[in-house]
Design a protein around this ligand. Structure first.
Ligand code: NAP
Length: 278
């Protein structure tokens, strides 16, 4: 606790965030690909995001039955593979047997048109497989050259701790979880656990599917900065150490809006206002 301001976590002023303890950095804001309606528009929006430096793109094998991965592959070919950091997620039922994990990853890579993704996550924990076995299958993907890094998604603090101690060859670099100013449950334990273990927290549904845009308190705060409530919501999240937000849009103008969430920070007083209100 910051005694002077009441802010619960130290404020991170940087718009580049460490990826776990890899020594690599990610932009504080990347783009998600769930629920795309217009794939042509989305390709333009994602390409624009990468060109603006928001080159972290999140997808999953289950998004639109693989169509989202195909889209990300097209974007990667447009911008150049080395200019984009691609995260994909495999379904928990793929982790019953590592051979099935490998098959699913191969199918994802085929859709993406790539030899390897940058980061592969298990989409949520499989309750019927011990966590150490899920981690073993993730590690195999790196051993096989299909992914550069591994991580988890929707793991709580205890599940994350178990995953971390289960690793033998490759570290867990990220936990992708729901986090927005209107849903701050991760601040109870998980955020501190990520900070302690050097794990990047990827905040999904950071805009509450658009609901932050009409929140009267966020609107009021935004007016003081000449910003939008969406920019305030994203800024709140990236003010946290090790937190990267992955809002989704398929519109170029909203990509621009996301960019405007970086390069400045909310005052401590406004951060603590949000902490106290929601
Ligand atoms: N690991 C997991 O289990 C998990 C779960 C959910 C999501 N995710 C990832 O996280 C990403 C983001 O989460 P999300 O898609 O659930 O929700 P979100 O980013 O909170 O919201 C996306 C929605 O908000 C709209 N939106 C974007 N900018 C806006 C603005 N300025 N004003 C009003 N509405 C706006 C978008 O519409 P437009 O496209 O029309 O702009 C879209 O419908 C996903 O795409 C996915 O990659 C992961």
């Amino acid at each position: 606790m910051d005694i002077l301001s009441g802010v619960r976590f130290p404020i991170d002023e940087s718009d580049r965030k460490p990826l776990g303890r890899t020594g690599e950095e990610l932009p504080a804001i990347g783009i998600g690909t769930y629920g795309i309606r217009d794939y042509r528009a989305a390709e333009e929006a994602l390409t624009h995001a990468v060109e603006l430096g928001m080159n972290l793109v999140d997808t999953a094998e289950m998004y639109d039955s693989g169509r989202a991965e195909e889209l990300v592959g097209r974007v990667a070919r447009r911008v150049g593979r080395d200019n984009i950091f691609i995260v994909t997620k495999l379904m928990p039922n793929r982790f019953v047997e590592c051979s099935e994990t490998m098959r699913a990853a191969q199918a994802s890579l085929r859709r993406l048109g790539l030899d390897a993704v940058d980061l592969v996550l298990i989409h949520w924990p499989n309750p019927s497989v011990p966590i150490h076995l899920q981690v073993r299958c993730l590690e195999r993907l790196v051993d096989a050259g299909m992914a550069r890094y591994i991580g988890v998604s929707n793991f709580d603090a205890d599940q994350l701790a178990e995953a971390i101690i289960s690793t033998k060859r490759h570290e867990i670099v990220a936990d992708q979880v729901k986090y927005s100013p209107l849903d701050r449950r991760v601040e109870n334990r998980l955020l501190a656990a990520c900070m302690e273990h050097g794990v990047t927290l990827q905040a999904y549904t950071p805009l509450e599917r658009g609901a932050v845009a009409s929140n009267t308190i966020l609107i009021k705060i935004a007016q003081r900065y000449g910003k939008t409530p969406v920019q305030v919501a994203l800024n709140y999240l990236i003010s946290r150490p090790g937190v990267v937000a992955i809002p989704k849009t398929e519109r170029v103008e909203r990509v621009e809006e996301f960019r405007g969430a970086m390069g400045w920070r909310l005052d401590k007083a406004d951060i603590s206002l949000i902490e106290r209100l929601f």
